[in-house]
Every structure is written in C-alpha cells, then in structure tokens.
Design a protein. Structure first.
Length: 208
C-alpha cells in the first residue's frame, strides 16, 4: 500500500491567522479581522501563483501590497522566513517514524508526500529536517506548477511512482484536497489529530 502525506497542518504547523496576528496586528485588530485578512492573503491568486511556482515571493509580495494596501516590509517579514519557521508536529512525525519502521521491517508500505509548498520553502524544509528523507518520494506544488486540489498534481505523483488508486491512501487536512483524491479513486483521510489518524490507519490495516 501507498501512504501519501500532506505537509502543512499535518506534518508541519501551519497557522496563517496567527501569522497575521503576529506580523500585521495593526491591520487585523480582532481575531475575525485576522481570519479575514489571512484568507485574503493566502487564498488569492497573488499567493497561489507563488505556491504553484509561477511567480517569485517578491512578485507575490508586490501584488498583495497593491491589492490590499498592506506595507511591504511587515509582509516580507511575515512571508520570507515561513520555510524556516514551519515546525514539525511531533505527534505526526512520531507516527511517521512508526510507519517507516513498519515499511523497513516488512515491506508492506511505501511513503510519499504531496504538498502545496512554494519551492523556496520546500528547499528550506528539505535542508532542515532529516525525517523528510524517510519518504520514498513526493511532489511539491512549486516544483511542478500545479496545486491541490487540481487533479494534475495527484496524477503527477501517481505517474512518477506507479501509484495504483485502489492501493493508495491520501492524508490531508483540507476537505477539497481529500475529495479530489477520492474523485481519482484514491482512499483518503481528512486529518484532525495524529491520534485519530493512527486509529484510522489501523482500521485500514495499514498500521500494526
């Protein structure tokens, strides 16, 4: 069987609202305002084009600044170091370690990742975190100019590594991404906690 992990909010912390509160508090004085601003930054094509490798971070910052009237300095201070500041979620990494041991012991699993991640951040994560070498392969959106939930990025991973849909389980925290995997015939689990994921994997017979 093949297990495919998302990164943000599954293996690494990803809290855009808190990022906005910490770096742009003057422009988001309430929790609701911070949520609205985070949505306006990270769900717009200004950011998504950077995510899928079609623009640079400088271009994304310039576009966001023009559209939202935000100061470029604080925006750059928030966005530039994201790849360095994304912290591993210890409980999920521990679960991944169990799965790696099981793979190495009995050969019943292969481990992959499929992540919406701009290339600069991806390179920083690869350089900083040894456990990424546990994977048998994967795809970052910024490297292939496609993002989840677009079907193309799932097919790229499947074609590169010979993933059969019925033998592939995808793990992601976003409903749209989970549904896109199911639409392609993959099994899929919406991530909530590492403990819940462990139980679901046991239910699939994928964690001994």
């Amino acid at each position: 069987m093949n297990l495919v992990f998302d990164f943000g909010a599954v293996l690494f912390s990803w809290q855009p609202v808190q990022l906005v509160q910490a770096n742009l508090a003057e422009h988001a004085p309430t929790p609701e305002a911070a949520r609205t601003l985070a949505e306006a930054i990270f769900s717009h094509d200004d950011w998504l084009d950077f995510d899928r490798g079609r623009s640079s971070l400088d271009q994304a910052i310039a576009a966001i600044t023009r559209r939202l009237g935000l100061p470029a300095g604080p925006l750059d201070a928030m966005l530039s170091p994201i790849g360095e500041r994304m912290a591993p979620i210890a409980e999920t990494v521990a679960l991944l370690a169990q799965l790696r041991e099981q793979r190495d012991r009995d050969g019943t699993l292969r481990l992959f990742y499929l992540s919406n991640m701009p290339s600069p951040y991806a390179r920083q994560l690869e350089a900083r975190h040894e456990f990424l070498r546990w994977f048998d392969g994967g795809v970052f959106s910024g490297d292939v100019q496609a993002i989840k939930p677009e079907a193309r990025i799932y097919r790229l991973l499947a074609d590169r590594h010979g993933l059969e849909p019925e033998r592939t389980v995808f793990i992601d925290d976003m409903h749209a991404n989970v549904q896109a995997a199911r639409d392609l015939g993959w099994h899929a689990i919406r991530f909530e906690t590492a403990a819940a994921l462990a139980q679901q994997l046991q239910g699939h017979g994928l964690l001994s």
